[in-house]
Design a protein around this ligand. Structure first.
Ligand code: FCB
Length: 473
């Protein structure tokens, strides 16, 4: 546990050694369907919960929607050419469920599948390994209308959709992740309601989390049945959670938040059980009657890899007696009154504290659960960028990547089987409730002209990939 009074977590050494990554290290960049594709109503695609949500007034900053986004749907050839310029070894993208199976049930939509076939073929033609995520938050709206993730049947629908995608693309896609960040789908989507579908009920959030994991387990089984050679995993977003002081009350607050943020997913997925203390913490929220015999065995179906998304650390403190919890709907059901503390260290444009050592800590922690190969499937930062003479000199983003790659290397040195790293994101895109106001890309996107401009971080990342490591500085 880090001492909250310690200096900024960014690496402040003046001279940094060169570092080489293991042979075959999979260098990539990531995106997600709704954040980049646009073409919301093209070739048979029907609305997902994010279409509905973004078109509902007051849900997304400035009323932004993903209707056009980066128009990647119509620009995939040019975008893959940019990936090749970046020397990417792999590209992690997600499939829009309502594009390939409009409405979320029934037959596949050939037009939708064709887009992903063309994308995958173009990647392979450029020597870039496709990495397919089946679900990056965009549930088909009719499935939400039927109950959404709090309803058990949604898990079965997800497995059916998985079979359609595996049948169509499994001959050319080797790497698969089922879900992206189920914590966000469950607790932001159904708890705080800041993400689609915007519902605010703690018990629903917990049920959603369970059914997402059940859907994951069923999808792994569907993939294994359709494509025995596939490398299959799941992506979870994890945070180290530190107490603000060494008081027992703050430690207990950290235990609670760690339970909801991390162990809610890691324990069922990798150990086949819910942590007892978490179940007790949630006793005022739910009695877990939604968990049926056999669910945890399905959820913990063996995997080939685990994907970790890492952005920051949480530091928390016990509730102050006599002070009421914020009445706004919470993404921490049962622990609404825990306080999140800022340490005064440098933050990104999201306000997220920059904490590279937290990545080492997180990877080592997951390695304590499993010997499976690990991949950082997302890591990156938003900063305000300016285009000057056609250049974007994003020194802050570059420094963020550099510090986190050094932290990733430290985990490898400590024996963690880390096999790859995906920068978030390939290009600026629709940042969910923040719309287009936050830029995470290595490639700048002018949303009026759709002109793409590789930033300094992109050029630097290409050199990192080419030398399979970091130059001495
Ligand atoms: C992650 C999401 C990704 C992006 C980054 C900044 O939580 O998976 O889509 O929004 O955050």
């Amino acid at each position: 546990m880090s001492n909250p009074a310690s200096p900024p977590a960014v690496d402040v050494l003046d001279e940094r050694p060169g570092l080489t990554f293991p042979p075959g290290f999979l260098w990539g960049a990531a995106t997600a369907a709704y954040q980049i594709e646009g073409a919301a109503a093209v070739d048979g695609r029907t609305p997902s919960i994010w279409d509905t949500f973004s078109h509902t007034e007051g849900r997304v900053l400035s009323g932004h929607t993903g209707d056009v986004a980066c128009d990647h749907y119509h620009r995939l050839g040019d975008d893959v050419a940019l990936m090749a310029e970046l020397a990417l070894k792999s590209y992690r993208f997600s499939v829009s469920w309502s594009r390939v199976q409009p409405g979320g049930t029934g037959a596949a939509n050939p037009g939708g599948l064709d887009f992903y076939r063309r994308l995958v073929d173009e990647l392979l033609a450029n020597g870039i390994e496709p990495w397919l995520t089946l679900y990056h938050w965009d549930l088909p709206q009719p499935l939400e209308d039927a109950g959404g993730w709090p309803a058990r049947d949604t898990a079965a629908r997800f497995a059916d959709y998985t079979t359609l995608v595996a049948d169509a693309l499994g001959d050319r896609v080797r790497y698969w992740t089922t879900l992206n960040e189920p914590w966000c789908s469950a607790f932001l989507g159904y708890g705080s309601g800041v993400h689609a579908p915007g519902r605010t009920n703690g018990a629903d959030a917990v049920r959603a989390g369970h059914h997402l994991m059940l859907g994951h387990g069923l999808a792994v089984q569907a993939l294994r049945a359709a494509r025995p050679a596939a490398e299959v995993g799941v992506t979870v977003n994890l945070y180290p959670v530190d107490p603000a002081s060494d008081s027992p009350a703050d430690s207990d607050a950290a235990r609670r938040i760690d339970g909801l943020a991390n162990r809610f997913f890691l324990d069922p997925l990798l150990r086949g059980s819910y942590p007892e203390d978490l179940v007790a913490d949630l006793s005022t929220v739910t009695d877990f009657e939604h968990v049926r015999d056999g669910d945890l065995a399905t959820i913990s179906t063996p995997l080939d890899l685990v994907g970790v998304n890492y952005y920051s650390r949480h530091v928390v403190a016990a509730p102050v007696e006599g002070v009421e919890a914020d009445p706004a709907p919470s993404c921490w059901p049962g622990s609404e009154d825990v306080r999140f503390v800022t340490r005064g260290v440098p933050v990104t444009d999201m306000g997220w504290e920059i904490d590279a050592p937290g990545l080492t800590e997180t990877l080592r922690r997951v390695n304590g659960y499993t010997d499976l190969p690990l991949y950082v499937t997302e890591n990156g930062s938003a900063f305000v960028d300016s285009v000057v003479d056609g250049q974007v000199d994003d020194v802050d983003r570059l420094a963020y990547f550099d510090a986190h790659l050094r932290a990733a290397h430290e985990a490898i040195d400590a024996g963690v089987p880390l096999r790859g790293y995906f920068a978030w994101s390939l290009m600026d895109n629709f940042e969910w409730a923040w719309g287009y106001t936050k830029r995470f890309g290595m490639i700048h996107v002018d949303y009026d002209s759709q002109v793409r401009t590789p930033k300094s971080s992109a050029k630097w990342y290409a050199s990192v990939i080419r030398r399979n490591g970091l130059a001495a500085q």
